[in-house]
Design a protein. Structure first.
Length: 855
């Protein structure tokens, strides 16, 4: 079969599911071009539609073929009876940036005035021009068309030619009551379809309600666009696929960009900050407003500027459009296009000697209080070249370290392609394969084979399947007091600060080395006293919401939920001696608080030790071919530079916090657990055992995820040693292959084997829920990060707590009494603590051992 019949069959097959065909591959595009070169062209309307609308733009391989053919047509090096040189330039102008830019810049010098003037018109609205800006600017003195383009950029015609948000929007409500997390919008079990937006969108809300797609289709019949409405929207992980799915159902098509939509209105009583930002980046209009009076099927009038929502002529909700730049963002097609376009306009005005523009809304900046800065405010300030920043400021800090994980990796790759980038601007970009390593689907295997090259060819670093969890690796590449991001909501550096984002934002940060940021307020959690024996760091993690609930700063109930941490920076102090591996347990869990970011104030000594270890690891990674050696070498040099004068930032004593929560560790007298199925629903062992509504038996135990380190696995092994088979199903998954190899060497794997445990490939394993799963309806004790409904298994009820308590639960098949727990851990773990809680210090092993661990 030829391209036409194949593609028609494929289109028909996808139409059965109500979705459009996939964009053309590079091979299909080449074949299409050969058909277009024939004279006469058969089925010319169909072929032109495929060529114009079904090839992805940017630096996609198919876009390369398309742009090269169009360039040849413009230069009369090829002919096509259905695409004239002028038409060719027009089509180039729809390709957003990347491979289409040079042909359009060349066309400015065409002998044909019509071609040159069309190229100018197309370039005026093209933002992703990067280094081609200099070429156009240089031509502007002698080429009138280039001058026109430069002036147009300077006057922001690309922006002003687009419509503003209307005064009034009439919408039909699609309401999802209660809390909707990003796993509801983009289920982990369907992660392998995420880069196929229409297909993936079919799984949206599938486990939350009956027939959501049918309901949406029915609601659309009244002709109004839909508003996605919820009490709490977008909690959980940072996945861009969540907003992609929402926009697929409520947004608008983008001309010449296949299988992607923009726009759409999202109204939430609370919208989780990462989801809010992802919606902004994608061109949606997110609004935080009371939603109690809105129900599915209601027709509402939304007045964005007046800040009110009416139903049947009555005001049912009021809000303030925030941030104040939101209108410009939506008009530009999203926050990212706005930032890129604003910079282009600024550059062009500078070149033309024009003053500052007054076209765009300036981000509102708060008054300077003159007070001191928190640690986070200093870290962000450093990344902006300032002594500190104030909450509410809009800044674009340098984003030194960027992480990308595999289930969002394909989307990040697509976003990088759409940003038309052939190189990274961020100092270090790292890709992992931890979420799909253990049980890859064919699409995962393809990603494992292709994505490393994509990342490394742009100067990034790529891990390999089986290496382990993204954060455990990325943390080892971070520099103290610096800022970064990652397309995984647990990207939370223990020795710097990270603002995780969706894949669009992360692609932007990787490409430009900066990110947009509205500085959040900070909440300080100060630990004091001494941690009692048997009380673990995980208990301290859970003590934070426990104390916040006691102080009325956090509620478990979703309706009207209070959460002092939501969208703020969680700053933790009082535990200066923690090893960096331990500190990550605290910063990692700030994601479960819905905090925007986290800092942990540590002493120099653990950081010096960690960096010395990491330098050796990175040097070995260079030798083992992990990616761009210059990038890794540059990072090693920066670490060495810091070690020469190891200074850490400290918060000012008069800094302001939105709240200060003091936790006296002496008062934590027993383990604290997060109960099924909410990480905020924390209770002590005694409280849980006294509550007959909570399950007390345990069917399965999972020890793994980025919340764990080698110490937890030794502790597990010590508790299990010599006790025979455990009473539950037990899953043991170390975070990295280095941990696994070390544990094997120390004999712990033989202990797990004797206990009947199931050991898996280092990585996310059960935590992500897209690989092996616990049994349906199982009661689970897990050391992983979060326990949202259905994450670890269908209808599973999941407790979250320490590895030490997990070991005891596995032995008993139930939650122990507090006394039972302390008996076991005191007998097995109290002696030899130094040997058990000893971390991987790569600078203390021989070169051969290091190679053995890393290779
Ligand atoms: S272990 Fe869990 S929380 Fe950590 S990166 Fe993997 S899926 Fe995310």
């Amino acid at each position: 079969m030829g391209l036409i019949s194949d593609y028609r069959a494929h289109t028909e097959e996808r139409a059965q599911s109500g979705i459009p065909p996939l964009p053309l591959t590079a091979e299909q595009t080449k074949e299409l071009i050969e058909l277009l070169k024939q004279d006469p062209v058969e089925e010319k309307e169909y072929l032109l539609e495929l060529f114009c609308e079904h090839v992805s733009p940017g630096v996609d391989d198919a876009a390369f073929e398309k742009a090269a053919f169009l360039d040849a047509l413009v230069k009369n090096d090829a002919t096509c009876s259905v695409i004239s040189p002028v038409e060719a330039v027009k089509i180039l102008g729809t390709m957003l940036g990347g491979y289409n830019v040079k042909p359009m810049v060349d066309a400015l010098s065409s002998e044909s005035d019509e071609v040159a003037s069309t190229a100018a018109d197309m370039l005026k609205k093209t933002l992703l021009v990067y280094e081609s800006f200099d070429e156009v600017a240089a031509m502007a003195d002698s080429n009138t068309y280039a001058r026109e383009v430069l002036e147009s950029w300077a006057n922001a015609e690309w922006f002003l030619s687009k419509p503003e948000i209307p005064e009034k929007m009439t919408l039909t409500v699609f309401k999802v009551p209660g809390e909707t997390n990003t796993d509801d919008l983009s289920p982990a079990s369907e992660a392998f379809t995420r880069s196929d937006i229409p297909l993936h969108a079919l799984s949206m809300l599938g486990s939350k309600m009956d027939d959501p797609i049918g309901t949406i289709a029915k609601l659309k019949e009244n002709g109004h666009p839909l508003a996605f409405v919820g009490d709490v929207v977008g909690t959980g992980s940072s996945r861009k696929s969540g907003i992609n799915s929402v926009q697929w159902h409520i947004g608008e098509n983008i001309p010449a960009v296949p299988n992607k939509r923009t726009g759409g209105v999202v109204i939430g009583g609370i919208i989780a900050p990462i989801f809010f930002n992802t919606a902004e980046d994608s061109g949606a209009l997110p609004i935080q407003a009371p939603v109690e009076s809105m129900e599915t099927g209601d027709v509402i009038d939304l007045y964005p500027y007046a800040g009110k929502i009416e139903k049947n002529g009555e005001v049912i909700s009021e809000f303030t459009l925030s941030p104040n730049t939101l209108g410009d963002e939506v008009r530009a097609g999203g926050r990212i296009p706005l930032i890129i376009g604003r910079n282009l306009t600024r550059q062009a005005r500078e070149k033309l000697g024009m003053g500052d523009e007054s076209i765009f809304e300036r981000p509102e900046q708060p008054e300077d209080t003159g007070k001191g800065y928190t640690l986070a405010q200093k870290m962000i300030g450093k990344a902006c070249g300032l002594p500190g920043v104030r909450p509410g400021m809009y800044v674009e800090p340098e984003t030194l370290t960027v992480g990308s994980q595999d289930t969002t990796g394909a989307m990040t790759r697509d976003e990088i392609k759409e940003l038309a980038a052939l190189n990274f601007g961020a100092d270090l970009v790292m890709q992992s394969f931890c979420h799909t390593a253990a049980y890859p689907k064919p699409s995962d295997v393809k990603l494992h084979q292709t994505l490393p090259y994509f990342i490394m060819s742009r100067s990034g670093v790529a891990l390999r399947p089986g290496d382990g969890v993204i954060h455990t690796w990325l943390n080892r590449m971070v520099l103290p007091d610096t800022l970064g991001t990652g397309a995984d909501s647990h990207t939370r550096f223990p020795i710097g600060i990270s603002f995780p984002g969706g894949s669009g934002l992360v692609a932007f940060a990787a490409v430009t080395g900066t990110m947009p940021l509205n500085v959040p307020e900070s909440v300080l959690v100060r630990f004091k006293g001494k941690r009692p024996d048997g009380i673990t760091l995980r208990d301290l993690v859970n003590a934070i919401p426990y104390k916040a609930i006691q102080q009325g700063l956090l509620t478990v109930e979703k309706k009207g939920k209070k959460n002092i941490f939501a969208g703020r920076i969680l700053e933790i102090e009082g535990l200066p001696d923690l090893k960096v591996e331990q500190a990550f347990e605290l910063s990692d869990a700030s994601a479960e608080r819905s905090a925007a970011a986290c800092t942990v104030r540590l002493d120099k000594e653990p950081i010096i030790e960690y960096l010395n270890s990491n330098i050796k690891l990175l040097e070995q990674m260079i030798d083992s071919g992990y990616g761009d050696p210059d990038t890794l070498r540059r990072r090693v040099e920066k670490m060495q530079e810091w070690l020469k004068n190891p200074e850490l930032m400290e918060p000012d004593t008069d800094a302001d916090y939105a709240a200060v929560i003091e936790i006296d560790m002496n008062e934590i007298t027993e383990p604290i657990l997060a109960c099924p199925n909410d990480p905020d629903d924390v209770a002590t062992l005694t409280e849980i055992l006294a509550d007959s509504n909570r399950p007390h038996n345990i069917d399965e135990v999972f020890v793994g995820s980025c919340m764990t380190n080698i110490g937890h696995f030794r502790a597990l092994g010590e508790v299990l040693k010599g006790k025979g088979q455990v009473a539950t199903r037990l899953w043991v998954v170390p975070p990295t292959k280095m941990d696994m190899k070390k544990l094997i060497e120390e004999g712990y794997y033989s202990v797990y084997g004797a206990a009947g445990a199931r050991t898996e490939v280092p990585g996310c394993s059960l935590c992500m829920g897209n690989q092996a799963r616990v049994a349906d309806k199982a009661v689970v004790f897990s050391t992983s990060t979060r326990n949202f409904d259905n994450r670890l298994g269908k209808d599973a009820k999941v407790y979250l707590g320490s590895a030490e308590l997990a070991a005891v639960c596995a032995l008993l098949g139930r939650l122990p009494e507090s006394g039972e727990y302390f008996d076991v851990v005191n007998q097995t773990l109290q002696d030899g603590q130094d040997a058990i809680y000893r971390y991987l210090n790569f600078h203390e092993v021989s070169g051969e051992q290091l190679q053995e661990l890393v290779d």
